[in-house]
Design a protein around this ligand. Sequence first.
Ligand code: DGJ
Length: 717
Amino acid sequence: MNADALDKKRVIAIDTQNTSLVLMANNKGFVFHKYYGERQATPENLLDVIPFDKMRMETFEALSVFGGEYPGEPSLKATHADGNMTTDLRYQSHTQTKIDDNIVETRIRLKDTYYPFFVTLVYRAYQAEDIITSQVFIENKEDGAVVLENFASFDLVTEGREYWLTHFHGAWANEMQMEEEKLGKGIKIIDSKKGVRTTQAENPSFMLSLGQPAEEEQGTVIGGALAWSGNYRLCFELDSLNILHMNAGMNPFGSAYHVESGKTFETPRFTFTYSANGKGPVTRRFHRWARRYSLRDGDMPRPVVLNSWEGAYFTFDEDTLTKMMTHAAGLGVEMFVLDDGWFGNKYPRNNDKAGLGDWQVNKKKLPRGIDYLIDHAEKEGIKFGIWVEPEMVNPKSELAENHPDWIVQRPHRELLEMRHQLLLDLSNPAVQDFVFKVVDDLLVKHPRIAYIKWDANRHVQNFGSPYLPADRQSHLWIDYTRGLYSVYGRLMAKHPKVIFQACSSGGGRVDFGALAYHHEFCASDNTDAFSRIFLQWGTSHFYPAMAMGAHVSGSPNHQTGNSSPLKLRFDVAMSGRLGVELQPADMTGEEMEYSKKCIAEYKRIRDVVQLGDLYRLVSPYKEDRSALMYVTPEKNRAVVFAYSTRYHSRQDHPTVKLHGLEPDREYKVKELNSTSKSKLFNGNGKTFSGNFLMNNGVQLKIRKANESVVLELTEVK
Ligand code: DGJ
């Protein structure tokens, strides 16, 4: 079709209940961004009021391509079969289809002006959640392979006076540290080139505040997150006209991808939303959307877990574990998870130096096998879960001896080890089958295993695949993750009832790509309550509490050395998916009793925390205190958590204004987890109006470092 034949402007409005993303095709067939903001009933009228001069139009392409008008960082760059490096995409058609009562899918089909090369932009609009997802499908019908060098999933152009970018950086045991910066001219890139464990140092998510630094409940904010566990790139380019071009997707770094003739290349899903009322609504929409669409069994409250890692590490036998289970059951824990160290015989896994890859039960430590442990767990009335790290191998293992060609490796060079281990080449279907079988065998042989903790403790080095041909080595980055997702998908289909946790040296796989196959994630190996106040604050921006593993561990903390009261440890962990990670036998009777009480309280409020709406009240980044609360969708119950991070004067009576309640309703306030010594809220047991609680607030006696308070609010009718 001759695109120039299009003689009228086309407006494509992608609406949710409260937002509109408006694109348009001009008479030459170019498709442009026109508007993203509050919902517009008459989007076609925007054409007349939003200036659309030639200068600007060039830079507002819906998908910027190399070879087109936009001279900046392109979303798509392709070398065609004949070597032509430019692409010129024009509108062909579009459809809007109601997938169900909540989802409308818009597909915009573009075609190159010369080549049989097609690009389809696919947007899904989730009405109730005000969320839009975007994906790009690139179809090659040319005579030979097309090589893709840029392949973003998301492209958006916006104008604002100032742009404030919030993103989440980190390191091992220090993930999801929030940082906000004003964007200057040029390019800001947030990316990962690690292939695996990609969210340890940065997260593929951002909030962009227009005009001013982001506030919780006011201001214009666009939030987005990429669903991809491999290399990613979020690119923010502020051009000379002060227009911001964003694109996000798989990282093109070293990843030139050949799309054979007749094949379609699919990019991962990018999820975004627009809020005129600050970051809070972005978070709440993401959480609601994630629970409904992007997390396994997002309506099912998660069990309280005891994980054996910090309580036993590699040193245990049957007796250690059965006693731990008995104690766990006594505390009210619902799931016991046996961590690393249970496997390997020729090379026993007694530390991290050997045995990884040899997934047979270690006969010395566990002579009666896994079923003996499950029998014990069930006798105690709790469920049993187990740790695996099936993508990895210790060189000192039978697996490495038998399948050296399954290992990701750089030819002619020494292999770089990390935690004494190497990575299996998941681009290889035989390796995918092996990884599937490791977990499948466990679950088939032991059908009572109710939980799998899937770990991945190194990133890609030694770049090179013994499986991929020489001229397709650059496919490894993408094919690894696709291979991993294929294994996850097969396991999920075959074992739909088993709970899966995504762990990767702690928080190395906290992204919506991995989460689609999991119920939860390990937020960090750092279990220290003080550190967690910050880490969980950052994590909460996109990832829902029900999925965020938060464990009470021993004091002093094994990672940071900080000592903290058991109350603080519970008060912090109870704001996520509560778990315990210590040796209960080391606790005093008093500590056991207190823990039992907290766990019982958690079970009572768990639906509010795990399924409620989050309101962040006081940021630990701005004050030496922090507060947040969860409110049920019906607004009849709420739970408030507040923490003090340093000593304040004795005269200090901080008042925290609550949010998200109904002003005209009455709420009874009860302090939870109080110790015999501390009552930190004077109004305990009294009833207050939502109005009072939100406008006046609650006065909390948290003046010393490490003091904390939890309040439960229940509507009184
Ligand atoms: C890293 C994880 O984050 C820990 O929880 C633990 O499972 C260790 N790996 C075991 O090796």
